[in-house]
Write a protein that binds this ligand. Structure first.
Ligand code: AGP
Length: 611
């Protein structure tokens, strides 16, 4: 998810663009750049935040009436000056910015390389730009037609803004799968990933749809489809304020990110999981598949929510790959003198990729000869760069301090790794393998199903917001979810909450149970279900209040619960990606009901880069 801005009109373009980029930094902030029509095409870009770029431009002649700008969230190619956008075509005549992922870029790159093209970056964007230029040169057609032809060959998601040095007032834009808004001014036009860069200049906007292409001049906006047919732009009047736009209309980033999960899990699977072919493609894992297949032990190393994802992965890898898995708190692992044997594989799980404990833990392990694979969200982050290989979670920037969409994306990636390794090892029967691939593909839709019932969860939150303590109980694959639910509640509402294996209650904690103590059961239908129903009965018998996350249609658990939060049926291995969602919402709504700062909870930081 990157931020893009464009302007063409009578005003100075640079101030509009740089301010617009600052408004969009929540969408990505690892590198940034601008291209200006300033007596020829000028491109300025660098790794770092918008303010870092701005500093380097002080005193330069930035006079221009048209330009584009980009703040990057790296997907292809780590954050660097060269990988920053805008990119220039080989002729230097074109400059382009892009938000999205071109899935068939390596094929296009091969074709262009065979034609003698060279590339200065590792990005899919530069490939697409030169593909467009090649078509224009080859077909002797205009740029607009070349863009149309190129985009018909492209698979993936994109928003592109394109400048042509020979047409200094014109911006060509196109979108598929990523957002693009055009602001309509008097003799001027604005472009943005959302309306925040244009809001102070105009509230008249056009939301560009998939497969549409726009040719924009100061006093003219032409909208067409890829079939070159004109479309009448549908102009809307915006009534959102700036803050609301950055949060996509949600009250908090945390809620926005919870609701992004159908899309982020889909993005995580896209281009990797092919349930029809029965394949899982993850290049950063493929190159270490042999070590994973022959590993005597896999050690998951992480902190916090990421550690919970590692604990869920322990159950998944043991079941699917029959490999011994250990899950380690990075902060403990780094200070012990752990035994690392040749052939051990470490999977480091981290949203930020900068958690100090996890980073040092894997550096220590690496020095002892372990193979390190990273499951990380931030491309080019320290943990990603320290790892030998791995897979990115592609969940986009997670702004809320409480990790939500990163957790389900981590589960999706870890499940795909386990499926891939289990398939290679032959420890998963073919039928179950194909069943799981098909079920995994349906998870985004099932998460959306749960989110549709957020109103009910908000009501449950209202009912229990004044409780002093909570217990979260789960078994098997849902035990890590119970821990994660408890952590969400703690860090967002400051209510003490404890996650526990449900069967462990009888070894002490059940003494806590009374009518004041809400007990949340993560009790989706699985091979442990009968046992967890007995645990519910034990709590009921002691006048405890039971709130349950259950599978749709589970009458038995409904009978035993004071309140239920329902998720669709799913294979138990995949259930955590569903059963965690009601718990994320429960924590969020209780935190809001208690007037807590849910995006920036007290005492917490988004990334713990200190010991
Ligand atoms: C989770 O909601 C917390 N924000 C925290 O526990 C977090 O998961 C932990 O600090 C690990 O961060 P990482 O995933 O960026 O390494």
């Amino acid at each position: 998810m990157c931020g893009i801005v464009g302007y063409t009109g009578p005003r100075e373009a640079y101030p509009i663009i740089i301010k617009g980029l600052k408004r969009l930094e929540y969408r990505g902030y690892d590198s940034t750049g601008v291209a200006l029509q300033n007596g020829g095409l000028k491109v300025y870009k660098k790794k770092g935040k918008v303010a870092d770029l701005e500093e380097t431009l002080v005193g330069k002649n930035l006079h221009a009436h048209a330009g584009i700008g980009h703040t990057r969230w790296a997907t292809h190619g780590e954050p660097s000056d060269l990988n920053a956008h805008p990119h220039r075509s080989s002729s230097g005549k074109l400059a382009m910015i892009h938000n999205g992922i071109i899935e068939n870029y390596s094929q296009l790159k091969k074709e262009l390389t065979n034609k003698g093209y060279q590339f200065s970056s590792e990005t899919d964007t530069e490939v697409l730009l030169n593909f467009i230029e090649e078509i224009r040169n080859n077909n002797q057609c205009d740029l607009e037609e070349a863009v149309r032809i190129a985009l018909k060959r492209v698979t993936g998601a994109y928003v592109i803004l394109l400048l042509d040095e020979d047409k200094p007032e014109t911006i060509i834009a196109a979108r598929k799968g990523s957002p693009l808004v055009i602001g309509i001014g008097k003799g001027e036009h604005f472009l943005g990933s959302d309306a925040s860069p244009m809001l102070e200049y105009t509230k008249e906007v056009v939301y560009v749809n998939d497969y549409e292409l726009a040719i924009i001049k100061p006093d003219e906006l032409i909208l067409k489809n890829l079939g070159n047919e004109k479309i009448t732009p549908y102009v809307q009047r915006l009534d959102l304020e700036l803050a609301a736009i950055e949060k996509g209309g949600y009250e908090h980033f945390m809620l926005k990110e919870i609701f992004e999960q159908p899309q982020t899990i889909y993005d995580c699977l896209r281009g990797r999981l092919d349930a029809t072919e029965g394949t899982i493609t993850m290049s950063g894992i493929q190159q270490y598949a042999e070590q994973l297949v022959s590993a005597n032990r896999i050690i998951m190393i992480a902190c916090g929510t990421s550690w919970h994802a590692g604990l869920a992965a322990e159950y998944i890898f043991e079941e699917l790959c029959r490999i011994n898995v250990e899950v380690e708190y990075a902060s403990e692992f780094r200070y012990r003198n752990p035994v690392i044997n040749p052939g051990d594989v470490i999977i480091a799980i981290s949203q930020s990729g900068e958690t100090a404990d996890t980073l040092v833990a894997i550096e220590n392990a690496k020095s002892k000869g372990a193979i390190i694979l990273g499951v990380v969200n931030v491309v080019g982050s320290s943990i990603a760069r320290t790892s030998h290989g791995g897979a990115y979670t592609h969940a986009g920037p997670e702004i809320g301090v409480a990790s939500t969409k990163a957790f389900t994306a981590q589960l999706a990636v870890l499940t795909m790794i386990a499926l891939k390794i289990g398939y290679i090892k032959g420890t998963i029967p073919q039928q179950r393998y194909m069943h799981l691939l098909n079920e995994l593909q349906e998870i985004p839709e099932k998460v959306a199903w749960v989110l549709k019932r957020s109103g009910h969860i908000k009501a449950v939150a209202e009912k229990y917001k004044d409780a002093r303590d909570f217990l979260y109980l789960g078994r098997g694959y849902n035990f890590p979810v119970a821990l994660e639910g408890a952590l969400k509640l703690k860090e967002i509402s400051y209510i003490h909450a404890e996650g526990y294996p449900a069967a462990e209650m009888k070894h002490g904690p059940i003494a806590l149970v009374d009518e004041e103590l809400p007990v949340v059961f993560v009790a989706t239908k699985d091979s442990y279900h009968e046992k967890i129903v007995s645990n519910m009965q034990e709590i009921r018998a002691r006048k405890g209040t039971v709130i349950s996350v259950i599978t749709e249609g589970d009458e038995v658990s409904t009978e035993l619960s004071d309140d239920v939060m329902i998720v669709p049926e799913a294979d138990e291995i995949l259930a955590p990606m569903l059963s965690v969602v009601p718990l994320q919402l429960l924590a969020y709504y209780i935190g809001v009901a208690k007037g807590c700062d849910v995006d920036k909870p007290r005492n917490l930081a988004k990334s713990v880069t200190v010991e």
